[in-house]
Design a protein around this ligand. Structure first.
Ligand code: SAH
Length: 274
């Protein structure tokens, strides 16, 4: 378990600072869901969450020497896994200074094939010149961004022609039954998985990217949800900040409900800058 960091970068940063520790502990050292092949697969959480990283990396298929951007890099666990296996350079961005500090303080022994560095930056206003990167990935981060079109526009701009973007994220697909609509709107506002699969694909196209694959892996990631709900309950019980404790409880209640809604999906979307 990581310790709480004393400083923050504004309200949004504070939110992610607080969430980093809770998710890290619930999800075995990563801040994203795990992937299990099938019912018989009894891999522990850490292996399963690393496997999601591997699935994203396979879709990026990075060649030696390429420069990738990790959009919403968390505390660097994803990049750490990629540079342990691929001779690439990764630049990670996050809006949490706590995460950036943690990510930059991970040891990078000289014999690692790749290199990574992390900085505080907003994906909706990326501070990089056009065509800086050979590839980009965003794992459970776009969902948190208010203006997804703006973020995707920046990503398309910083990718070189032929560069790939892989997104791993929750979204909604299919019509909701009426009694579910209001509650799902609450859950969407709270967890910020605001888009449908169709809308994601449209925004990618409008950003000038060509969608080449959309794989639904909801059933493979489902086992992560109990761990997350348990972690929220535990945080609601133990967080000394009463307002935060109330938010954890809301997360646990809404999460337990919406993770069971069949229209809530988890997908891997791959797009290419033509
Ligand atoms: N991708 C990481 C972390 C996911 S948590 C992982 O898989 O482990 C969500 C991440 O999105 C956090 O790092 C948060 O700082 C980042 N994020 C949210 N809004 C952002 C924004 N506007 N710009 C950059 N990063 C953002």
């Amino acid at each position: 378990m990581l310790t709480q960091h004393p400083h923050t970068s504004g309200d949004v940063g504070t939110f992610y600072n607080r969430h980093t520790d809770v998710y890290d502990s619930a999800l075995g050292g990563n801040i994203h869901v795990g992937y299990w092949d099938d019912e018989a697969d009894d891999s522990p959480m850490r292996e399963a969450t690393d496997r999601l990283t591997d699935l994203v990396t396979e879709r990026l298929a990075p060649a030696e020497g390429q420069h990738l951007i990790d959009v919403g890099c968390g505390h660097g666990s994803t990049a750490a896994r990629i540079i342990a296996h691929h001779a690439v350079e990764i630049t990670g961005v996050s809006v949490s200074d706590y995460q950036v500090d943690l990510a930059n303080s991970r040891p990078q022994p000289l014999d690692l094939p790749g290199r990574a560095s992390f900085r505080l930056a907003d994906a909706m206003d990326l501070p990089f010149p056009d065509e800086t990167f050979d590839g980009a990935y965003a794992i459970e981060s776009l969902m948190h961004m208010k203006d997804k079109a703006e973020a995707l526009g920046h990503l398309a701009r910083v990718l070189r022609p032929g560069g790939r973007l892989v997104i791993a994220e929750h979204h909604l697909d299919g019509e909701l039954d009426l009694p579910d609509v209001a509650r799902m709107a609450d859950a969407q506002a709270f967890f910020k998985f605001a888009l449908t699969g169709d809308l994601y694909r449209r925004l990618l196209r409008e950003a000038g990217l060509k969608v080449v694959d959309h794989t639904d892996i909801t059933e493979n990631v489902r086992r992560s949800y109990d761990s997350m709900t348990d972690a929220w309950r535990e945080a609601a019980r133990t967080d000394p900040d009463r307002r935060a404790a109330g938010e954890w409880q809301t997360a646990a209640d809404l999460g337990a409900w919406c993770f069971a809604v069949p229209q809530l999906r988890y997908g891997l979307l791959t797009a290419v800058r033509p």
